[in-house]
Design a protein. Structure first.
Length: 435
């Protein structure tokens, strides 16, 4: 009898233990079920969280988790997670205002972040080469809404409209903030070998021509030969100088290659850093400039630029013209070649832009190490733990611009020609902000 009672007590204790373990397991399952890959439980797409462990370990602050393949699906997916061109073909848009997605051969190009207004101001153009039309567009970083500041755009029913008076844009490549409160757009007019700088009033959209190459009304840089041959500028580099003037690039096999300065009134052009056999043009020492010098960024009174042959990223001291090599790309895609932006938070240069490809590379000048944003940052860059996924991952960045978000740990990219995409660095998630 005592033995039976002991056995029953042991069985009861075992059952109790099993019940307790079962409750713990059920609780663990409930915790796993309640885990989310989105930080905001009130997000519109909170019910479409990714079930993958790596995504839940690095949750996103964006409204949808576009890393999860089901959310990217053309059928049944979330629009902001899909390829921008695919969304455009459906006739859908993200953000209000005139959309590049509804016009032929449209592209976003260069621009800058207007921190005070929390918006991206970007150059845009559309149409064939003969009848290209350009505009300066503002994109709200909160809503993705688009506003045309100046230039041509498609209205209701595709009707061509224009905002602002003055000479019309043709092919707008870049736009920067001036030191005087105006915007300055860099554009190729209908003459394909010319370039022009246009002042834009941010309130009215009115345009005034400030400088044009090969035009006797404005200053030109000339060689010292008997004919005083004008030195040809090119369209792959533009920036506003600290004195209110402008930096442009020259690429002339006979007269020289490098960086020049256009005065703020367009009356004078002078060499800043130039390789040349002409002693009146040569200025500065350092790595030889071959191909194009392009993709200008001004950072702490230095100009940073790429060369295309070989692929180099250079620092230029405008006071002396001296050039210092920052990094050299030994293979296609090792660094970008068209745009660069300094990331003060992570102390890296983001370099982007490669024709017919996607290149977004972070380079740490302190360590000399780099990584491609389509792969994780590894132990050298722990702040980028997961490779970029979502609409960022498509193969069509080309020469679209790249910028750092002013308040969030994100990149902004002109992607798939017609969209502005956000890439969240701490999660690798991305979404279409504006289309």
């Amino acid at each position: 009898e005592e033995a039976r009672e002991e056995a029953e007590e042991e069985e009861a204790a075992a059952e109790k233990k099993r019940g307790s373990r079962s409750e713990e397991e059920d609780g663990g399952k409930q915790m796993a079920a309640s885990a989310s890959s989105l930080k905001d439980p009130n997000s519109e797409y909170a019910d479409r969280s990714s079930p993958l462990k790596q995504h839940q370990e690095h949750p996103t602050a964006l409204p949808a988790d576009c890393r999860y393949f089901a959310n990217q699906a053309p059928a049944g997916g979330i629009l902001m997670c899909q390829r921008p061109q695919a969304v455009a073909k459906k006739g859908e848009h993200l953000g209000s205002g005139p959309s590049l997605a509804q016009v032929y051969n449209a592209h976003y190009s260069g621009g800058f972040v207007d921190v005070a207004a929390h918006r991206l101001i970007v150059a845009a153009y559309h149409g064939g080469s003969a009848e290209a039309r350009g505009a300066v567009v503002a994109v709200c970083l909160r809503t993705g809404d688009r506003t045309v500041i100046s230039g041509a755009y498609a209205g209701e029913g595709g009707k061509q409209l224009e905002r602002g008076a003055g000479p019309s844009f043709h092919h707008v490549i870049d736009v920067r903030a001036g030191t005087d409160g105006f915007l300055y757009a860099f554009s190729v007019p209908k003459e394909p070998t010319a370039q022009e700088i246009v002042r834009v009033c941010p309130e009215s959209g009115d345009r005034v021509l400030v400088w044009k190459s090969r035009d006797a009304r404005f200053g030109q840089l000339c060689a010292s030969d008997a004919k005083k041959t004008p030195v040809q500028t090119h369209s792959q580099g533009f920036a506003v100088a600290p004195d209110g003037g402008f930096y442009l690039g020259i690429a002339n096999p006979m007269t020289g290659r490098g960086l020049v300065h256009v005065s703020c009134d367009g009356s004078e052009v002078k060499p800043i850093s130039v390789n040349s056999n002409d002693a009146t043009l040569k200025r500065g020492e350092g790595p030889e400039i071959r191909g194009f010098l392009q993709g200008f960024t001004v950072h702490k009174d230095r100009v940073y630029a790429f060369t295309t042959q070989p692929k180099q990223f250079l620092e230029i001291d405008p006071s002396t013209g001296d050039r210092t090599l920052i990094v050299k790309g030994n293979a296609a895609g090792a660094i970008g070649e068209r745009w660069a932006v300094w990331d003060e938070d992570h102390k890296v240069w983001w370099t982007a832009g490669l024709l017919n490809s996607v290149t977004v590379v972070a380079f740490d000048p302190a360590t000399g190490k780099s990584f491609n944003a389509f792969k994780c940052g590894g132990p050298d860059f722990p702040w980028y733990p997961i490779a970029g996924h979502g609409p960022f991952q498509i193969n069509s960045l080309n020469y679209g611009g790249v910028w750092k978000h002013p308040t969030e740990d994100r990149l902004l990219l002109a992607h798939d020609s017609v969209a502005i995409v956000e890439l969240e660095l701490f999660s690798g998630n991305s979404r279409i902000l504006s289309l």
